[in-house]
Design a protein around this ligand. Structure first.
Ligand code: NI
Length: 173
């Protein structure tokens, strides 16, 4: 497994990649599973609870997630060609953060419950209901596959402030 560099909004070149729409995965190969392992290792090291392939510059529709409690055994999950097939009218707001936007957190309103579909790392098709943190995280990571950042759900002023804050922090580091 290889630790990969996480692209951030502080770098205009990284941001240009993060804004792109990822391509569907055509086939689940050993290479793709190795990529998933790299993504999980990178996510755990960050540390974070979700990471999309686009965030390490791989424009493929795929993300990884682990929502297990801190003291519980890890529950690594891989989501390939993820989709939301149904979303509730009911909305909920979560304080979101993103490994590509370090140290910025803000409330984002999204459907509270969604029905999701994806392929797991074995290529098996899974369809299930998601709610709470899982629903939010799935939608956040799916956004990455479409070149959308959680900042894009906020006002332009908030978005610009957040990006300049990340840039300043990078310069100070
Ligand atoms: Ni993110």
């Amino acid at each position: 497994m290889v630790l990969r560099r996480i692209l951030t909004v502080a770098d205009p070149k990284d941001l240009a990649v993060l804004k792109q729409v990822s391509a569907p995965v055509a086939e689940i190969t050993d290479e793709l599973r190795a990529l998933a392992d790299d993504m999980l290792e990178t996510m755990y090291a960050a540390p974070g609870i979700g990471l999309a392939a686009a965030q390490i510059g791989e424009l493929r529709r795929m993300f990884v997630m682990d929502l297990s409690d801190k003291d519980a055994p890890p529950e690594p999950r891989v989501f390939i060609n993820p989709e939301v097939v149904w979303a509730s009218d009911e909305l909920s707001t979560y304080e979101e953060g993103c490994l590509s936007i370090p140290d910025i957190y803000d409330g984002v309103e999204r459907p509270a419950r969604v029905r999701v579909r994806f392929l797991d790392r074995n290529g098996d098709s899974v369809e299930e209901e998601a709610e709470g943190l899982y629903a939010t995280c799935f939608q956040h990571e799916l956004d990455h596959c479409n070149g959308v950042l959680f900042l894009d759900h906020l006002s332009r002023l908030k978005r610009e402030r957040a990006i300049s804050k990340v840039k300043k922090a990078k310069l100070a580091a």
